[in-house]
Structures are given as structure tokens and as C-alpha cells.
Design a protein around this ligand. Sequence first.
Ligand code: G3P
Length: 224
Amino acid sequence: MLEFYLDTADVDAVTRFHNCLPVRGVTTNPSILAKAGLGINRILPELASILGGDSRFFVQVVSQTADGMVDEARKINALPYDLVVKVPATETGLAAIKQLKSENIQILATAIYSTHQGFLAALSGADYLAPYVNRIDAMGADGIKVVADLQLLINQYGLATKLLPASFKNSGQVVEVLKLGVAAITLPVDVAAQLLAHPAVQPAVDQFTVDWHYAFDNQLSFES
Ligand code: G3P
């Protein structure tokens, strides 16, 4: 089963998508939380009350040194939620990941812009990798190919790491990534909304309603 996450601090949007989709949890990053003006001690209780206690949340360290990241990750991990700590897949971050995995803390390696960078993070022990699909595309490279190559390497080397691609701007990128069989995905709410919207759908449903009322007035289907 695909792990489907929303990449947001918008509580109303999480409620909306939780009503119609199997939202497994929420991913955040420092920019998302800063924009919303919400720290994790405010947002996590709200999200947990919407999604339920078994939801999974992703919180990124903001420390700049490996020791600082390790210490911060331990404290994030001690919070009373199902948490995965996001660590940037830099050289410093990989050192922190290696240490944290020896303590069995769940880790997502983030800010992945290339296949080789993601592969090293997987070797360091990251449980999840977040390649930034649209940001890679925007730099003139191929985000889908980075995801495809990472999936191939993970399979080829029998690694337990799961791909959780992030950074999407359109539904086409989402479908291409899903076709690769990724274990997880996180979508910004505008892209999740795009997946639900097709201009032909509502007119088709409206025509069914018109045809039905013409023939059967206000009867329901089982009454006709
Ligand atoms: O957490 C990473 C992801 O949120 C980046 O997405 O839309 O800022 O490129 P974006």
C-alpha cells in the first residue's frame, strides 16, 4: 500500500483530504512551518487530532552540526507521536544519519537532488529518501529519472530504504513517479487538489442528475 502524505502545515487542507483519502500523515520542513508561523508543538497536536494517533509525522532538524542534528533528532524522536526525523542529505547530515540509525531512530534523508546523493543517504541507513522532483526539473535535469534510478539501485542492492518523493508542481509528475512503484509520496495541497479536479467530471455527473430527474422525478435508484 502506498504511504500517502501531505506536505503542508495547513490544518484545513489536511482535514479536507483526510475526509476522502487515506492520508497516512504529514511531512513538514522548516520553510513550511515558518510560512505558517507554527512550530511543531502547535501543529503536531492539531494534526494528530485530525488524523488519529497512528498517523506518521516528519519533522526536520534545523541544527547545523552533526552532533547538533543527533541531539535535536533524539529530542524530536522523544515526542509522543509516530515521528520520522528529516535530516538533509549533506556530508554533515549523513554523519548524523549514521549515528542516529545506530540508535534506531527513524530517518528521512531530505533535500535530494541527484541519484548518487540519494544512494549515499540510503547506504548511511536512511529509512526514507526524499528526492525533490520539481526542483530537479526546474534546474534543467530530470526529477523522474532520479527517482527511477534510485528505485533501481535500492532494488538492485536489496536496501530497505523507501522512496518518498517530494516537491511536485503538477499531476503529471505525480503519476510518473507512482508508475515507478515508489513506497511513499508527499504532495503539496495544491497538487493534491489537482488530482481531484478534471473539468469534464462535474458536467458528466450533472448530466446524470438531469437525465434521472426527467425520467424518475425525485425517486432514488432503489425506488425506481
Ligand atoms: O520538504 C521538501 C519539499 O517540501 C520541497 O517542495 O515545493 O518547496 O519544492 P517544494
